[in-house]
Design a protein around this ligand. Structure first.
Ligand code: NAD
Length: 325
């Protein structure tokens, strides 16, 4: 397949592109390589991807008018995988406009690009567990209303789903939205707790822990997410009588609390954490917990990697990447 990928320098985009290229697909990726976290990590991911002759990269802002059509370079794509976004719950308290730009304007530009792209079979895009807020009964089902997001990030991701639904209904644009649950692993994101905790524990510095360490997250290993993405990309969109738009939870369906995460990192690093209990900022939900029955039924989704295996793999990569003993 010829695939157009947004967010190709990002954590999930990088791993998914590596897997798809390995399976013989061709990829044109766009990313603005912004400095939300250290862009050198994004460049390191791109350097890996650029070793593959089936990979083409265009540095551009998906929210800029005409940027996607220009990046397409006159090629025909079978599928668009839209993963670019302003991610992170807390940064939305500092710079909400970044979320409006990338997740609303950018998402709409992707929809217009997809709608007008001749012969496009399917648009797959990233949503988030953050759409569920605090009032959804766990485990979270895709049938929940999800209309009370706690964070502005979650609100933009839910809005993206609704924008997508309208395009599916109005234009028959076939779409799949994926609600990822706390994805972690090698080449991961420095803004996420598993990364900063590992960093601080290895440096012997205190780690700030919110909510008494009782916040629970459905930590999902990157390889499990990539396996699902490959399946979803390679499976033709089914004939639908209804609006051709569907959403899936992709999570581990096994939440763990933050103290459990810390204990797992302590074991993997062989170092004791110094815990500094503190008041957290607004926007963090108490728990995320995916009901994955729908993805299991339609794609055989079955996450295999528990936190106790995934964290040691991450720590090993982290040490190598930073040249630590
Ligand atoms: N990692 C997770 O735990 C998680 C959980 C839920 C949802 N998601 C979603 O999955 C997707 C991928 O997340 P990730 O963890 O790989 O994040 P990431 O931040 O590593 O990747 C996103 C990429 O998008 C790029 N980008 C942002 N705005 C852009 C713009 N306007 N134009 C071009 N590029 C832009 C960034 O430079 C970045 O490289 C995102 O949509 C995110 O919201 C991730």
């Amino acid at each position: 397949m010829n695939i157009f990928l947004t967010g190709g320098a990002g954590f999930i985009g990088f791993h998914t592109a590596m897997a798809l290229l390995g399976r013989g697909h061709r990829i044109t990726a766009v990313d603005e390589v912004n400095a939300y976290y250290d862009p050198r990590l994004k460049e390191a991911r791109l350097a890996e991807l650029q070793k593959n002759p089936g990979f083409r990269f265009v540095r551009t802002d998906i929210a800029a008018p005409g940027a996607l059509a220009a990046a397409a370079g006159g090629e025909r794509y079978d599928l668009i995988l839209h993963l670019a976004a302003q991610a992170g719950v807390r940064y939305a308290l500092k710079d909400p406009a970044a979320y409006t730009r990338s997740n609303l304007v950018g998402h709409h530009n992707v929809l217009e690009f997809a709608r007008t792209h001749p012969g496009l079979a399917h648009l797959v895009y990233a949503s988030s567990s953050s759409v569920y807020g605090n009032d959804t009964v766990a485990p979270f089902s895709e049938n929940a209303r999800a209309d009370k997001p706690v964070s502005y990030y979650g609100a933009t991701k839910r809005a993206g789903e609704l924008l997508s639904y309208s395009y599916a209904g109005l234009y028959g644009l076939k779409q799949t939205g994926l609600r990822f649950f706390t994805v972690y692993g090698p080449f991961g994101r420095p803004d996420m707790a598993y990364w900063s905790f590992t960093d601080l524990i290895l440096k012997g510095q205190p780690i700030p822990v919110f909510g008494g360490g009782k916040l629970r997250r459905d930590f999902t290993y990157i390889d499990d997410i990539v396996a699902a993405l490959v399946r979803i990309v390679e499976t033709p969109y089914p004939q639908a009588d209804d609006v051709p738009h569907r959403v899936y939870n992709l999570g581990n369906s096994h939440p763990e609390d933050v103290l459990g995460l810390i204990a797992t990192i302590e074991q993997a690093t062989g170092k004791k954490a110094i815990i500094n209990h503190t008041e957290g900022p607004a926007g963090d939900v108490r728990e995320t917990y995916a009901d994955i029955a729908r993805a299991a039924a339609d794609f055989g989704f079955a996450p295999h990697v528990p936190l106790s295996e995934g964290i040691p793999r991450f720590v090993e990569w982290f040490r190598q990447y930073h040249n630590l003993p």
